[in-house]
Design a protein around this ligand. Structure first.
Ligand SMILES: [Zn+2]
Length: 245
């Protein structure tokens, strides 16, 4: 006799970058085990691979995680977590307020961070992908010539140090446009794209950096806190998935 099958509840979420709705289910016990590994791992590549697998399985293979932007995956992942483990994440923060500290000799005064522990809960349903007002995918370089960028996927992670790398800019070009035409990057030779990017002036490059890279959408959540040790009141903004683990 076959055992009865358990019904898994399903929900819908909206993908931040495309605004498309997708059906999903919570993690199951088998995936939860993998998640524990992720929590303990420091290996960024491993974490991303697991996140991709779980996102794919929990959206019934309808999403290709390789085509999603990093912030999409992070957002979807948090939604999965909220329906699987719970909507609250408990975080212990350390107070960073500088307070006077008397050294062992009883005379010397120094200042050091208070270090008081501030526990609080973050409600996952309140975490959104925020896009700064000045952010755009379309950067006009010269009169009518410009670049339309696509978001970095989890497969082309860059950091602030290598953002001026020509290869990274080329990777993220969706198309180049002028008054009359749109030139799709997928239909253009890579050498030509590299040559195009090599001829960008410093001023135009800053425009790209400010308009697209520095203002990239990200998971964001700001909390206000008060330290019970020193009374300091402050604000803290969490950004990106690693801040929520
Ligand atoms: Zn404090």
């Amino acid at each position: 006799m076959n055992l009865p099958k358990l019904n898994t509840p399903t929900y819908f979420l909206t993908i931040p970058s495309t605004k498309k709705k997708v059906k999903y289910r919570p993690f199951l016990v088998k995936e939860e085990k993998i998640m524990m590994l992720v929590k303990e791992s420091k290996n960024q590549v491993e974490i991303i691979e697991v996140m991709k697998d779980v996102v794919k399985a929990c959206t019934f293979d309808k999403l290709d995680p390789n085509k999603l932007s990093t912030f999409d995956i992070e957002y979807i992942f948090l939604q999965l977590r909220s329906k699987s483990v719970g909507e609250k994440i408990e975080i212990n923060m350390k107070c960073v307020n500088e307070v006077d500290h008397i050294e062992d000799d009883g005379i010397t005064k120094t200042s050091k961070p208070c270090g008081g522990i501030i526990p609080f809960d973050i409600d996952i349903s309140k975490i959104r992908v925020k896009t700064p007002k000045e952010h755009t995918n379309n950067i006009i370089l010269d009169d009518d010539i410009g670049i339309t960028f696509k978001y970095p996927s989890v497969n082309n992670i860059y950091d602030e140090e290598n953002v001026d790398d020509i290869e990274i800019i080329v990777d993220l070009i969706e198309s180049i446009f002028d008054k009359d035409n749109v030139y799709e990057a997928s239909e253009t030779k890579r050498e030509e794209l590299v040559e195009f990017v090599e001829n960008i002036t410093q001023k135009q490059f800053i425009k790209i950096k400010k308009g697209f890279f520095d203002t990239m959408p990200s998971l964001e959540h700001t909390i206000k806190y008060k330290c019970s040790d020193c009374g300091y009141q402050g604000e803290h903004t969490f950004r990106g998935i690693s801040d929520f683990f």
